[in-house]
Design a protein around this ligand. Structure first.
Ligand code: FAD
Length: 383
């Protein structure tokens, strides 16, 4: 693995860093308090090609490799995890899955708009009764002539109220468990689909997280993504790459924690000296730095495996597990460096703690990542 960035990779990272400084950082506190980022950010992300990274140019993407995608994701996560999540879902979970599994017609219908930021995608897997055990979902799609009629509900759906298309997972036929699941591309304005924003989140407050209810939603059979009954494979392939993107976002959080802790420790004086001069403060800062480096290397390894066409699923779980726990630790350590000022939202680190916390929960909790890694090592599934 080559740890030197190419000229293009360095340039795209710089582009993302400049974008964050100009379009995101000035608004972070305001968006967090208002529980919504400004939706115009989506088109701006699209204009710079950030919503088309790794998508082929013929479908409106900007091409590029997965390391470049991770670099951009890290910079966005360093700026605001809510914005990072919009990209990770609309591009990482939805557009990329359409590019991998979609028919030519589905690619032409959705990818140019998704990559341009003219449309937003959301990923509808979790239900009120099934989170970790996603293969047991109960939303049902029943074939009726050339259509399917879908009934059920989805919970915690990122981009849910903003989305134009829902990558929806539903049970087709009577086969129990994950083998009976199929994937659909449901237009969000389909009659019978209602969406409710979930308010009061601890973190990622700028993101539109929603509950979706589907009552007799009728969609043509051409909306099926991938073969009928293969929906769980569609979901798992999306989530494996999604975990790489979450890991990269966590590196961004940890890096932001390091930046903030270093800056503050250099400015703040107690007992007549800079707090940066105290060994116990240096311990907090060096612990953050080690977490940043280790999480970044694990994440880059996944990108390298993906770009070389190698098996990357276990490496992605490893990176996601470590980076998410590291982001929580790093943000907490940074808050400690800030003392009481870390506890109020005029300073950046409290938000980092709140945003980091969910990273150990979604796209597979830390426990589920350990079971995936354990299964790969022992050959025995414990779930
Ligand atoms: P449960 O599955 O009920 O887990 C509860 C606890 O039990 C956890 O600690 C878990 O680790 C543990 N547990 C469960 N099973 C086992 C086991 N076999 N062994 C050991 N421990 C176990 N979902 C989507 O589909 N799309 C989205 O866009 C999306 N975005 C989200 C955004 C946010 C802000 C949040 C909070 C969630 C989002 N989710 C989304 C849902 C998320 O993926 C689920 O919350 C997650 O998978 C966990 O499911 P659960 O909350 O039902 O917890």
């Amino acid at each position: 693995m080559n740890l030197e960035l190419s000229e293009e990779q360095g340039a795209v990272r710089q582009l993302a860093e400049d974008f964050v400084a100009r379009e995101i950082t000035p608004h972070v506190v305001e968006w967090d308090r208002a529980e919504s980022v400004d939706k115009s950010i989506v088109k701006k992300l699209g204009a710079l090609g950030f919503l088309g990274l790794t998508i082929p140019e013929e479908y409106g993407g900007s091409g590029g490799d997965h390391l470049a995608y991770c670099l951009v994701t890290e910079e966005l996560g360093r700026g605001d995890s809510s914005v990072r999540g919009i990209v990770s879902v609309s591009l990482g979970l939805v557009a990329k899955t359409i590019a991998s599994w979609g028919s030519e017609e589905q690619k032409r219908q959705w990818l140019p708009d998704l990559t341009a930021g003219e449309a937003v995608g959301c990923f509808g897997l979790t239900e009120p009764g099934t989170g970790s055990d996603a293969g047991n979902l109960s939303t049902k799609a029943v074939r009726d002539g050339d259509d399917y009629v879908i009934n059920g509900s989805k919970m915690f759906i990122t981009n849910g109220t903003w989305a134009d298309v829902v990558l929806l997972f539903a049970r087709t036929g009577d086969t129990p468990g994950h083998r009976g699941v199929s994937a659909f591309l449901v237009p969000a304005d389909a009659p019978g689909l209602t969406r409710r924003t979930i308010h009061g989140k601890l973190g990622l407050r700028g993101q539109a997280t929603a509950e979706l209810v589907l009552e007799d939603v009728r969609v043509p059979a051409s909306t099926l993504l991938g073969p009928e009954g293969k929906g769980f494979s569609v979901a798992m392939s999306a989530l494996a790459k999604g975990r790489m993107s979450v890991a990269a976002g966590c590196v961004g959080i940890a890096q932001a924690a390091l930046d903030a802790a270093l800056r503050y420790a250099g400015e703040r004086e107690q007992f007549g000296r800079s707090i940066a001069s105290y060994q116990l403060v240096q311990e907090l800062i060096s612990d953050i730095s080690v977490d940043v480096d280790a999480a970044r290397m694990l994440t880059w390894r996944v990108a390298d495996l993906v770009d070389r066409g190698q098996d990357f699923a276990t490496a992605a779980s490893t990176a996601k597990l470590f980076a998410s726990e590291a982001a929580v630790r790093a943000a907490n350590n940074a808050l400690q460096v800030f003392g009481g000022y870390g506890y109020i939202d005029e300073y950046p680190v409290g938000k980092l703690v709140r945003d980091a916390r969910v990273m150990t929960l979604y796209e597979g909790t830390s426990q589920i990542q350990k079971l995936i890694i354990g299964r790969a090592l022992t050959g025995v599934s414990a779930f």
